[in-house]
Design a binder for this molecule. Structure first.
Ligand SMILES: [Zn+2]
Length: 448
């Protein structure tokens, strides 16, 4: 028998890659027992009498010469090819390595072609596809791993909790719409950051068994057509109660109806979360908007404060509250949840982060919508301009569309309370919001 050292066996884990020589006899690939022993720091003892090689590290493994059975502790395992001896040197078939190495080193060991992969990696591969005008980045991973996806413009990140990638699976250079890839691995997570070739793609991430698929495609032209009008509170939840018992829920329903009429005149489709004095849970309001696949969401409210002199108009979009006043308004509007029978609290943990991130894409659009409405509304009703703010309103969550909450005026302020009870003033509010929506829609159509 002639011995040819022709090939190499690559041994790869999450932090090392090295190659050992492999030899072929009768078209079967072997490695020297001595090389494996050294590579993995295994104790080995050859017993001439039993023709057995005793290996020990984590567990005890015995391999027999010319005998296709190995012993793992006291369990007998059948392998495809036996160990052979050539010129006094012991050779182990490459296909036997996973069976004997897993118990020895206590880690998963798999053979893929000429590569032996070991260690507790759970992100196995990465692949990029560029076809039909879109680019896909596919991460192959274990199904139990949780991920979050966030980003905007040309930077998007997939974070995989407890993710341990196999070394070398992520290239630095991208393909198609992916310009480059940066990977950060810590004990707690693996973060894969994608730099795209431009800022205006539609980027979407889907999970299917064994993989995360990120799809990058050219933005479809979007038109603002359907608007959801959400008159706040209703039914058992009166909202703020102010001047001469004026209830927020009644004012905003009337304003909402006026707004609906004006928007329809301008050619919009309008969906109202309520048209009567009924209680609608906050989560139900967002569901209505999502289900309708609406393009905009506007929640209408009246403000209130313990200090009667407080007055003016402000518009909010979803984000963490930045000021103590924004937190106070947020608490007031979110308190509607106490009227809900089965307190449908926002989903905690990762889901919370997920929709927060989903909204991110619309954060800029929501802030632009808020600015347009605020300006237009102030022009119409000429009350103090309290500006645009950010707060974390339940009712603005889960909407895959720009969403704002308008605090028209203060029911708790005697002057504004009086105004809010008048039909003419309500008309002005509705006109202000309608014009703001229209201005935003026109700019939006040009931009996206
Ligand atoms: Zn309210």
């Amino acid at each position: 028998m002639i011995l040819f050292v022709l090939f190499g066996l690559t041994i790869q884990s999450q932090d090392t890659v090295f190659t050992i020589n492999s030899s072929h006899f009768a078209q079967i690939s072997y490695v020297k027992a001595e090389d494996i022993k050294e590579a993995f720091g295994i104790k080995a003892e050859w017993n001439t009498k039993n023709k057995a090689l005793y290996l020990k590290k984590g567990k005890k493994v015995t391999i027999f010469l010319e005998n296709p059975f190995v012993k793992v502790e006291n369990q007998v395992v059948q392998v495809v090819y036996p160990m052979v001896m050539k010129k006094g040197v012991l050779y182990i078939p490459v296909t036997t390595l996973p069976d004997i190495l897993s118990p020895l080193i206590g880690k998963s060991v798999t053979l893929k072609g000429d590569t032996l992969i070991y260690g507790n990696t759970n992100i196995h591969n990465f692949e990029m596809k560029y076809k039909d005008g879109k680019t896909e980045g596919i991460i192959y991973l274990d199904d139990n791993l949780e991920h979050i996806f966030k980003g905007s413009g040309d930077i998007w990140t997939i974070t995989i909790f407890e993710g341990r990638p196999l070394k070398g699976i992520f290239p630095i250079k991208g393909k198609g719409y992916i310009k480059s890839i940066k990977v950060r691995v810590t004990d707690a997570l693996t973060e894969v950051k994608f730099q795209l070739t431009k800022k205006t793609f539609d980027v979407d991430v889907k999970r299917s068994p064994g993989k995360i698929i990120m799809t990058i495609s050219n933005k479809k032209r979007r038109v603002i057509k359907t608007v959801v009008i959400d008159p706040g509170h209703g039914g058992k939840d009166p909202g703020a109660v102010g001047y001469r018992g004026l209830k927020e829920k009644d004012v905003v329903l009337d304003v909402g109806k006026r707004l609906a009429r004006m928007l329809k005149e301008k050619g919009y489709n309008v969906i109202m979360t309520r048209t009567t004095d009924e209680f609608i849970p906050l989560s139900e309001r967002t569901k209505i908007a999502d289900k309708a696949k609406a393009d905009l969401f506007v929640s209408i409210h009246c403000n209130a404060a313990p200090l009667a002199s407080k007055n003016g108009t402000e518009t909010y979009f979803l984000s963490a509250a930045k000021t103590s006043w924004a937190r106070a308004v947020e608490a007031k509007e979110n308190s509607s949840i106490r009227f809900e029978k089965t307190a449908e609290n926002p989903k905690p943990g990762i889901n919370y982060i997920l929709w927060d991130m989903a909204q991110n894409e619309f954060l800029k659009e929501s802030s632009e919508l808020a600015i347009e409405i605020q300006e237009s509304l102030c022009k119409q009703i000429k009350r103090k301009n309290r500006g645009v703010s950010q707060a974390n309103f339940y009712v603005l969550r889960l909407n895959y569309m720009p969403a704002v909450l308008v605090e028209t005026a203060f029911v708790s302020n005697p002057r504004e309370g009086r105004l809010l009870s008048r039909s003419k003033f309500r008309d002005k509010i509705a006109r202000g919001i309608a014009n703001g929506i229209d201005a935003f829609a026109k700019k939006y159509a040009q931009k996206y």
